[in-house]
Write a protein that binds this ligand. Sequence first.
Ligand code: C2E
Ligand code: MG
Ligand code: MG
Ligand code: MG
Length: 252
Amino acid sequence: MRNAITHNEFELYYQPQICLVTNQVIGLEALLRWNHPEKGMISPGTFIPIAEETGLIQNIDKWVLLHACLQQKQWQELGYLPIKVSVNLSMIQFQQPDLFDVIQSTLKQTGIAGQYLEIELTESVMMNNPKLTLNNIEKLNSIGVEVSLDDFGTHYSSLSYLKKLSPNRLKIDQSFIRDMLHDTDGQVIVQAMINLAHNLNLKVIAEGVENKEQVKFLHSQRCDEVQGYYFSKPLPVEKINTFIHKRAHLPN
Ligand code: C2E
Ligand code: MG
Ligand code: MG
Ligand code: MG
């Protein structure tokens, strides 16, 4: 993994995020893939935890940030309608004192305005410095960069993070969406999460949406945005470009 960056073994895939009101693609989440020369494609679920343990995550997250912004620049130059690009950052990264400077200088270097970048924050490790984390979110907001709380509901401290960090968006974890239509409890929980977000003036997105029934239910509950295999799997850049071109011709 130490050599993966210099050996060009990392690649970003992108998964569309769809607005349930306009039916438009409003965001693309960058998801990291590692093309290992012998082992083939390794999923981030396998290597990110190791990268976090070894500290390699710092360089990897910086690489992802830079390349997602470079890609965003290319989309803008191609004249794509304004789409946000979402980057996952580990909580470790979020508690670095230089996080804000790294993001700000990456935006400057690539010529991207803050409003076209979003950060997805997940509780991969415990937050040991809530003050610094909150401060980073506030500084990012001041330059237009919004922050989502990823995998919401799965971590024992989800509600306490919500209170301490005041993010801009909640991302309901896919486990809740998967079970949602099987039992009424599942529906009530998702409903409650959507209401919680809206009562706090936050946008809410559901991840792991795999079928039409789920979309219908989420729409009926006024969930703002959706993401999942039902719309598209994460795709390499050429394929995501085709997806966006095709959708642009679809009626709402
Ligand atoms: P995440 O940010 O919650 O991303 C969602 C994961 O769910 C992705 O897995 C995506 O491919 C998958 N997914 C999307 N739609 C569906 C669906 O409809 N059904 C199912 N079953 N799965 C769906 P992926 O790409 O393997 O990423 C796993 C996790 O690894 C991510 O979870 C994120 O926490 C982490 N990760 C990915 N890329 C990066 C990165 O660049 N930096 C960091 N720090 N973490 C990353
Ligand atoms: Mg994410
Ligand atoms: Mg996650
Ligand atoms: Mg997630």
